[in-house]
Design a protein around this ligand. Structure first.
Ligand SMILES: Cc1cc2nc3c(=O)[nH]c(=O)nc-3n(C[C@H](O)[C@H](O)[C@H](O)COP(=O)(O)OP(=O)(O)OC[C@H]3O[C@@H](n4cnc5c(N)ncnc54)[C@H](O)[C@@H]3O)c2cc1C
Length: 390
């Protein structure tokens, strides 16, 4: 890239699934006609649905070098943290004092995990990874009699709670650990519809995981889980899903939790050159498969905005929900989509999409599978694709 390069500048901020999918989709749609730069605070991509489970879902050591990834896509990489957006001047500011101009900006910096329940270990929070690993070792050793996994109110994508409960139950010696999910939902995975919920509930029942619904615990204190109506329940350990918050970027519209407000195509409200995709955006369901589909819609809109694609302005398709639920032995594949006014659900013990990745859809899962075949061989499969991976 040279200063006199006339090609439009697209800046993609983030280094997770949404950011990588945007880079892949732009490259495929507009190869060579854009100057795409990835601005990421981390220099490696980490697959959170596997790496967050402290080894219960496979080895979490393998990551993707972002410098190699962008080089393959003809893009550039800046390892720095976006701190502010100067939308009036079409530039972002970075932690190390940089100022990067853009013709189109895509925000894909994810959400920040906050404590899900006072006193509990928070799943998916970097500061609690060591505590979860220590708990996992105790469960494997058979010294945890009663484990509760909590879904706090306001968390729409609760599948990781049920997955952790199943993985912990499987990891424990037979009969050693009673595992219960305490959820604010009226039923497990209520957001995905009744059939999806029934399939998850049936699996939990088969594996001996109890579920208490419509319950909002207050806190964990000295071996007690405090519930509003029941009072104190004796527990040995409690893990809670994180409450997510957005970045509250000054100068951009955001909701009460700091997530960037977007329209159906991911264009930030009131802006003409700024889009957001993935967990950073104001969509209620924070899920990787959704993030990938949002990223594809954003890449299409960016290309159209820059005059590189002449597509009719049809409304984006409603997203398809794909979930691969690991239980330590098998993988349950679930897919739900809204068709003709109803939710159509498919449930199967064999893959319903290919490659059968945890974060499914778009181009990234195929890219990761190819990367694994080239660079990691079979050994890398469990980390990048999940236990059900090819
Ligand atoms: C335990 C667990 C299990 C899950 N299981 C599944 C599953 O099975 N299927 C599924 O689809 N989803 C799953 N999810 C959800 C999924 O991981 C997220 O929805 C997805 O990672 C969101 O992608 P993202 O790119 O928006 O954000 P992230 O994955 O959070 O990536 C954000 C990236 O941006 C970078 N970044 C952050 N701030 C800045 C900044 N200011 N400047 C530059 N870079 C920045 C970060 O380093 C990070 O690389 C799971 C989540 C958890 C915690």
């Amino acid at each position: 890239m040279t200063p006199s390069d006339p090609r439009p500048r697209v800046l993609v901020a983030g280094g997770g699934v949404a950011a990588l999918e945007v880079v892949l989709a732009l490259h495929e749609r507009t190869a060579g006609t854009l100057r795409t730069t990835l601005l990421s605070s981390a220099d490696r991509f980490r697959h959170r649905p596997i790496s967050s489970y402290a080894g219960l879902a496979g080895d979490d050591g393998r990551t993707v070098d972002l410098a190699r990834f962008v080089a393959e896509q003809g893009a550039g990489l800046v390892c720095d943290r976006l701190t502010a957006v100067d939308a009036a001047e079409s530039a972002v500011l970075t932690e190390h004092g940089g100022r990067i101009p853009y013709d189109a900006l895509v925000l894909a910096t994810g959400a920040s995990p906050r404590e899900g329940l006072p006193g509990a270990i928070t799943l998916g929070a970097p500061h609690d990874e060591a505590a979860l690993a220590a708990l996992t070792a105790r469960v494997r050793a058979g010294t945890v009699g009663r484990l509760a996994v909590v879904v706090p109110a306001g968390v729409a994508w609760s599948l990781p709670a049920y997955e952790l409960a199943l993985l912990m139950r499987h990891a424990a010696p037979a009969g050693a650990t009673a595992v219960e999910v305490v959820t604010a939902e009226v039923r497990p995975m209520a957001v995905a519809g009744d059939e999806f919920s029934d399939a998850v509930s049936a699996l939990l029942a088969r594996r001996g995981v109890r579920v208490t619904t419509s319950t909002w615990p207050d806190a964990v204190d000295e071996g007690r889980l405090w519930l509003p109506l029941q009072g104190a329940v004796e527990v040995d350990a409690v893990v809670a899903l994180a409450r997510s918050v957005g970045p509250s970027l000054p100068g951009l519209p955001c909701d009460a939790h700091g997530f960037v407000l977007v329209d159906a195509r991911g264009l930030v409200r009131g802006e003409r050159r700024v889009w957001a995709a993935g967990d950073v955006a104001s969509h209620v369901v924070k899920q990787g498969g959704f993030a990938v589909q949002q990223a594809d819609a954003v890449a299409e809109d960016v290309a159209r905005h820059l005059g590189l694609e002449h597509l009719s302005a049809v409304a984006p398709h409603p997203p398809v929900l794909r979930a691969a639920l690991l239980d330590g032995e098998d993988t349950l594949y679930l897919r739900a989509e809204h068709v003709d006014g109803t939710i159509r659900t498919a449930v199967s013990g064999t893959p319903l999409w290919w490659p059968p990745t945890k974060i499914a859809g778009g181009r990234l899962s195929a890219w990761l599978a190819a990367f694994q075949a080239r660079d990691g061989g079979a050994a890398a499969g469990s980390e990048l694709l999940g236990a059900g991976g090819a």
